[in-house]
Design a protein around this ligand. Structure first.
Ligand SMILES: Nc1ncnc2c1ncn2[C@@H]1O[C@H](COP(=O)(O)OP(=O)(O)OP(=O)(O)O)[C@@H](O)[C@H]1O
Ligand SMILES: [Mg+2]
Length: 427
């Protein structure tokens, strides 16, 4: 970024209507490694300078058509030229002329007749000053960029860490109660067996009582048997007994699902940890990510998966899941309800690939090169931070992988975007 002194020759643009003056200045400057561009007309010089700005102007003051002061004024109105130092060369050595030279934006005024050493010293001094200035500017620019990058990295880290803490906290809170609910359900299933057996015996007993002659039965026994029979019919206890097992089974199943979600949340929360690499099963990573976003997708989208079983990549499971979550959430935001989100995995050219295609409108060409920039978002204020893709990009770069987006159908018959996540297959 720095314009070092050695690799490039400084260019001095000399404008003077007298050919002898031009030659003289050329003879003074050229032997000192300077590139000298000579112009006899101010208008030509201006045009050439706009096309290719020099490092310094050396202007004669008295010229027909446009004089040196006027040319300097115009140079100061051209954005890329205004910072370039202008030196005047003139036989006019009265104070007023000299002052005018400074007024229009000149930095020095060299009197004629020219003293070779003096011209050289003044020109080289101005060039050196200009060098310092541009070096300083690019240094400031460089440092500003660096600061911004650091700030972004810190913010991203902070965002990840706080989401991680939140998720880990929730997962922990859910973990405990779900463990005892699961175990209670199993106990309940055992108790139900006992009640069911009792129910069978009661039914048997009632059947036997029904066989007996009602006249010979003691009245209280007959009444209780009758009440029991009516109760069983009214509550449809037969059906209840049969149903209880199903209800408990379904609850056990539900608890297993909660446990799976908690597991996914935990691996999501691990993202900001060491990021150590290991073999990652892509199917597992995609399924975990889907579990995390399932509540967000509800049943509003048609999620289609084609996952190659056993395909492994070299990366970090938590981080990869987070990338998938970010891309899936974007796919959801882009796709109209009822639309399709398709996730496929495959091995390709020595890499493992997860492709996530949505049914959205596609990414407009004018923002395609911005979507991975931190804080770039087209979502309403408060709804998107613009960090999803930049974090994903950062994660994948750290894992020697990549993430790219393309139109699913460049002809535009079927709109949508496909994000391709790539990771090495092995270390
Ligand atoms: N599948 C997609 N279809 C169309 N545009 C997309 C898609 N994915 C991302 N974009 C565009 O890229 C922008 C940046 O996405 P990114 O995930 O980085 O941030 P965000 O989704 O806006 O906010 P955040 O993810 O931080 O909540 C989005 O605002 C959107 O304009
Ligand atoms: Mg996003």
């Amino acid at each position: 970024m720095k314009s070092g002194g050695l690799e490039r020759r400084d260019t001095v643009m000399v404008v003077d209507d007298v050919p002898d003056n031009l030659r003289l200045l050329g003879e003074i400057l050229s032997p000192h490694g300077l590139r000298v561009l000579q112009f006899r007309e101010a208008a030509h010089a201006l045009k050439a300078a706009v096309a290719a700005p020099p490092d310094l102007f050396l202007l004669d003051v008295l010229m027909p058509e446009m004089d040196g002061f006027e040319l300097c004024r115009r140079l100061k109105t051209e954005e890329p030229l205004r910072e370039i130092p202008v030196l005047f060369v003139s036989a006019l050595s009265d104070t007023e002329s000299i002052l005018q030279g400074f007024e229009v934006g000149g930095v020095d005024y060299i009197p004629r007749p020219l003293q070779e050493q003096e011209v050289l010293a003044r020109v080289l001094t101005q060039l050196k000053l200009r060098r310092y200035q541009t070096d300083l500017e690019s240094l400031v620019e460089e440092r500003t960029q660096e600061l911004r990058r650091t700030q972004v990295a810190l913010l991203q880290k902070e965002k990840l860490a706080s989401i991680g803490r939140l998720v880990a906290g929730i997962a922990h809170e859910i973990n405990n109660p779900s463990a005892y609910v699961r175990s209670n359900l199993e106990t309940l299933a055992e108790y139900t067996q006992a009640f069911r057996r009792q129910g069978e015996l009661v039914t048997q007993l009632l059947e036997q009582v029904a066989q007996l002659d009602t006249q010979t039965l003691p009245a209280p026994l007959a009444q209780t048997a009758d009440a029991l029979d009516r109760h069983r019919r009214r509550e449809d206890l037969h059906a209840v007994e049969a149903d209880t097992t199903d209800v408990i089974q379904a609850s056990v199943h539900g608890m297993d699902r909660i446990t799976a979600i908690v597991r996914s949340l935990n691996s999501f929360a691990r993202v900001d940890e060491t990021g150590e690499r290991e073999s990652v099963n892509l199917q597992g990573a995609v399924e975990n990510a889907l579990t995390v976003v399932r509540t967000q997708l509800k049943h509003d989208y048609n999620v289609v998966t084609e996952l190659e079983p056993g395909l492994e990549a070299w990366g970090n499971p938590g981080q990869l899941e987070q990338v998938c979550v970010n891309v899936l959430l974007n796919a959801r935001d882009a796709t109209p309800k009822g639309g399709e989100i398709r996730i496929t995995t495959r091995a390709d050219r020595g890499e493992a690939v997860i492709a996530i295609a949505d049914g959205g409108p596609g990414i407009p060409p004018e923002i395609q090169d911005k979507i991975f920039d931190p804080f770039f978002t087209t979502k309403p204020v408060g709804s998107g931070t613009g960090l999803g893709l930049s974090v994903s990009h950062q994660i994948l770069t750290g894992l020697n992988g990549s993430i790219t987006a393309r139109d699913t159908d460049p002809d535009g018959h079927r709109p949508g975007t496909e994000f391709e996540i790539r990771l090495p297959l092995s270390p």
